[in-house]
Design a binder for this molecule. Structure first.
Ligand code: IPD
Ligand code: CA
Ligand code: CA
Ligand code: CA
Length: 263
């Protein structure tokens, strides 16, 4: 049986240490490489931080499985057992260009059910975490359940790229959504954008292509507070596959889904 209190204590310590490694790197020259295209960046620090967590987890919890963006974890084919889903730096482009607005994202699942979720905004020292069934917290303070805002007051996270073209939702529908809400934002760290829904800084977030490590922690956080997370078609997310993602406060989720995304 996993001692979740102990896991939580360990994660807090490891996040602190990893955060320090990242901020210490600011004074050094980064080794930057590209992945799928010239805008898809990875640095030596992304790799180092993923390896740091994997080393700690393997030492302390050798029976747990690990899925990590940079590939130092495992290739998993099912969600049995305990799985740590890790994005060592979510928002690498921001990390490289801005040295801010990125996060460490860790979601821990047991047999496919979210248990612990962490999104750590390293530079602002803002930690969002959730203990499923117990609550979600911002810097240790318990967050209230999410309430439905009027659509006309909503702040929606969406990347402008998807408003130019995407394969999933007619762009006229997205343009109408942009006109009908109060405003849109694009932060560049999916995990942080989901965490922003937990604290009410955002009301909804739409992305047309995310991987499990982008949404694993945010899903646990938002669901713990009564929010909803699905694909843009309203389907459940698969923890081992990439997909579109639509996260929102309750009520608003149904409204945006039916009146805009599925129309
Ligand atoms: C990216 C960020 C970004 C999202 C991309 C992700 P990375 O993650 O979350 O906001 O739009 O789809 O790949 O590569 O910086 O960890
Ligand atoms: Ca990446
Ligand atoms: Ca990511
Ligand atoms: Ca990443």
């Amino acid at each position: 049986m996993t001692n979740w209190n102990q896991v939580h204590t360990d994660v807090l310590e490891w996040l602190k240490e990893a955060g320090k490694k990242i901020t210490d790197s600011f004074t050094h020259t980064l080794q930057i490489q590209t992945k799928s295209d010239r805008n898809d960046l990875v640095t030596n620090i992304d790799k180092q931080i993923e390896q740091y967590f994997i080393g700690k987890i393997r030492e302390k919890y050798p029976e747990h499985h690990i899925l990590g963006e940079e590939g130092y974890g495992e290739n998993l084919h099912n969600t049995e057992g305990t799985i740590w889903i890790i994005d060592p730096i979510d928002g690498t482009v921001n990390f490289v260009h801005q040295q801010r607005n990125f996060s460490i994202s860790i979601g821990i699942y047991e047999d496919g059910i979210g248990k612990l979720g962490y999104v750590y905004d390293v530079v602002h020292k803002e930690l969002y975490h959730a203990i499923a069934g117990t609550g979600a917290y911002f810097n240790g303070n318990k967050l209230p359940k999410l309430e439905e805002p009027p659509l006309s007051d909503a702040i929606v996270g969406v990347n402008a790229t998807w408003l130019i073209s995407n394969k999933h939702v007619p762009i006229e529908n997205l343009h109408k959504l942009v006109r009908d809400v109060r405003s849109t934002r694009s932060l560049g760290s999916a995990a942080l954008e989901m965490a922003y829904i937990a604290t009410g800084r955002f009301d909804a977030y739409i992305a047309m292509r995310l991987s499990p490590w982008d949404f694993a922690a945010g899903k646990i956080l938002v669901e713990e507070l009564g929010g909803k997370i699905t694909t843009v078609k309203g389907e459940s997310l698969n923890l081992l596959e990439g997909s579109t993602v639509f996260v929102s406060k309750p009520g608003l989720h149904e409204k945006i889904l039916h009146d805009y995304l599925l129309k």
